[in-house]
Every structure is written in C-alpha cells, then in structure tokens.
Design a protein around this ligand. Structure first.
Ligand SMILES: *Cc1c(COP(=O)(O)O)cnc(C)c1O
Length: 407
C-alpha cells in the first residue's frame, strides 16, 4: 500500500519538531502566552485531533482510515495536523486541490499516499508525477490521460477511481462506468489503489444510504479487483458494511458531531478567545452597532470584542450567538461587524468584564456545531471559515516530539 515517491519528488519525509508547546488542556488554553497585542487567540488541540482520529480508526472494521486534510485540514492547519496524523500511523491523505497536495507533500512520510479529490485536470499530469501524487480519476478522460502518462513513462501509475453513486458531483456516472466495464483495458498501466464513492446523506438514517452502498458494490463487481473506500465521518457510524478497506473521515476528526441529534462522541479540538477592547455604559434607549438593531431596554454595559466577520465569525450570528466570559454566558447583541462584535455584559461583575478580558467564542462549552446551528449552517463551514488574523496556538504533541513529553 505504500507509494514510493519518484526521483525528483519533493516528498522529503517527516518534518523536524515543531515549536515549543503549550499545555494540552483546551479548556485552560492559552491566554497566558498570547502576545499582548493579540486581538484573538485560536487554540488548536493536536492531541484532541489525534484522539479523534484514533477513535475513528478503532471504529473502522479494518482499522484503516485516511486523514482528510483538504481546505487546510478544515481550517485547522494542514501543515500541523497532517504530520501529527502521520505520527499516529495515518498513511493515506486526501486533499481537494493539486496545490494543497504540492504544499503538503514534503511534510508527509515518503511512504504515505497523498490523493487529490478534484482529480486530474488537463495539463497537470507532469505535476502529479513530479510530486508523487495520486489523482482521484473522476471521468473517462482523466483515466485516459493518466493511462497515457503511464504508457509514456513505461511504469504503472497509482490512481484512485471515483464512482458516482448518488452525489452527481464528481466521479464516473452510470454510462461511463458501463463503457469502462466493457473495456477494462482503459485502466492498463494504472495501479488502482482504491475504487471509491461518496455518501450524500450519511448523517441521516435514510434509504439512500443502503441504495448507495448497493450501487457501489455493483459498480465494484464490474471493475478489476481493487481495495475499496466509501465512508466519510458519518458513514463510519452506519455500520461495518460501509467500512470497506479505507474510511475517509474528515469532519469528525476535527470534532464535528458525526451523529447529529445524538451526543457528540468526538472531542472538541478548537477554542477561540476574543479580547475585550472596551467596556462601555449605555443608557436605556441607546442602540448598538450598524443598523442600530439592538436597543438597550435598561442601562447596560457593552463589551466590544476584537473578532468580526472578516475573521470568519459569520455575520449571520448577529444577535444570535453567545460568548463565555469568566465561566458565564453572555449574549452577542447587535450586528457582527467586520472586525468587532458587541456583547451585553450587564449581568457580569465588572471585575470579570473589563478591557483586556477574554471572551470564549468557540470551545468545549460552545462547540462549532452549536455555533453552526445559531448561524444556520453546519460545523464544517464554521471551521473552514476560521480566519487568518487569529493568533494561532497549537496545543499538544507536535510530530517529532516523544509521546507524553509536553512542555
Ligand atoms: C470531504 C470528503 C470526505 C470527508 O467527509 P466528512 O464528512 O468531512 O467526513 C470524504 N470523501 C470525500 C470524497 C470528500 O470530499
């Protein structure tokens, strides 16, 4: 199952140890070490991500799952997350874009598979080869281009074949599958690492899941034998029939609940703290923020926090979200603006809500799924929107450091 990187590849093997570590306690995270000028701190707990990944792996019937690290590891930092997953034993990685793979490849062990879900775009075969990447082949033209490249190179090239079983997004449709089944020589020269498909409604208990499972099995039966992969995060919870040879969980690794409506079995992996810049007193009848959408019904104290929609704190959270200051929940009032939000801290002691205090916006008490519900979206979008202006702190063991040694 290993992919030897070709000569000239930029895959160098694992990186050297990361920077100094903070204690791996998300709830006690990291304000003490934030720079004095930091307006917001995003703590990302690599130990929690690793624990989630191991829990998902142990749930898998063959105990083999990939690391899905597209979109910068769902916003949490592929350069930190992927090497940590590799240190946990992960040897199969998926990104969406070729450029993501090119950037990540040098940080992974040389025997890891790194696959590009968006496939083989015309003209990109040389780059896939140079970086030792595996394209997910999504149609007959991609199969032909990659098989031609294999022929020209005189060597088998690794590939994943994507069969559409109901997403109608990427992958071979029924007609293309039929043509491939009629003429399997189209795959000559390809080293089929996996045949895969993707579930559309795996977080629900609906007939579409067994229908996709049946379509996937039928498709695989018409193709040359190869390892198979179907389940995303929630798919792993549909039972071992869905597990095949490789699971591909993304979201649950990062703490998103794979079983909506049930208690979340995953650990929260992020904590976002925004700095209170000012606390002001306003009289009854005075308004707060753009559009004057909040009007105080009583004399109030308003804390202004240095996080806004430019940081991915969604504007749809206006008047809907809450924050936690000194252990107590306070409501967000008025609109989320580009760089700021406003919290009603009237009910907090002045000693707790003051300039320089920290407001927890995401964390174990207010996880991404809860925020998503308030914003009318899903936890995936909350995580992948996490902004570039946050001071990021990685908690837990970085690759290269022995287990248990946490400074
Ligand atoms: C994103 C993605 C995954 C991971 O899905 P999650 O729901 O985040 O677990 C798996 N497979 C494919 C094809 C994907 O695009």
């Amino acid at each position: 199952m290993s992919l030897a990187a070709p000569a000239g590849s930029s895959r160098h093997g694992p990186p050297s140890p990361g920077p100094a570590l903070a204690p791996a306690d998300l709830a006690a995270a990291p304000v003490g070490t934030a720079p004095p000028g930091a307006g917001a701190v995003l703590a990302i707990d690599l130990d929690a991500i690793a624990a989630n990944w191991r829990a998902l792996r142990d749930r898998h019937a063959a105990r083999r799952i990939a690391g899905v690290v597209k979109a910068d590891a769902y916003g949490l930092g592929a350069a930190q997350v992927a090497p940590r997953l590799a240190a946990e034993g992960c040897r199969h990685f998926f990104v969406a874009h070729l450029a993501e793979a090119v950037a990540l490849g040098p940080l992974l062990p040389a025997d890891a598979m790194l696959a590009v879900l968006n496939g083989l775009m015309a003209g990109s075969t040389a780059e896939f080869r140079a970086h030792g990447l595996v394209p997910v082949l999504n149609d007959l033209a991609e199969i032909e281009a990659w098989a031609n490249a294999a022929r020209a190179a005189g060597t088998a090239l690794p590939a994943i074949l994507h069969i559409d079983t109901g997403m109608s997004r990427l992958g071979l449709d029924a007609r293309s599958l039929e043509r491939l089944a009629q003429d399997p020589s189209r795959l000559d020269g390809l080293d089929l690492r996996f045949v895969m498909s993707h579930l559309a409604r795996s977080e629900e208990d609906v007939p579409m899941n067994p229908a996709q499972l049946a379509r996937f099995r039928a498709a695989c039966a018409r193709l040359p034998r190869a390892p198979q992969s179907l389940a995303n995060s929630s798919g792993l919870f549909l039972g071992p029939d869905y597990h095949f040879d490789l699971g591909r969980p993304g979201a649950a690794t990062y703490g998103i609940n794979p079983k909506p409506g049930h208690a979340n079995p995953m650990r929260t992996t992020v904590r976002l703290l925004g700095r209170v810049l000012q606390v002001r007193e306003i009289g009854a009848g005075e308004s707060v923020g753009y559009g004057a959408t909040f009007v105080a019904a009583r004399p109030s104290r308003i804390a202004t926090v240095a996080v806004g929609y430019a940081d991915g704190y969604l504007r749809s959270l206006s008047a809907r979200a809450r924050a936690v200051i000194a252990g107590r929940a306070v409501p967000l009032v008025g609109r989320v603006s580009m760089d700021l939000i406003t919290l009603d801290v009237t009910d907090l002691p002045e000693a707790d809500a003051h300039a320089g205090a920290w407001a927890e916006l995401i964390g174990p008490k207010e996880p991404p799924d809860a925020i998503a519900e308030r914003a009318g979206t899903n936890g995936y979008e909350i995580l992948t929107s996490l902004g570039a202006r946050y001071h990021r702190q990685y908690l837990g063991r970085h690759p290269g450091q022995p287990a248990g040694e946490v400074r």
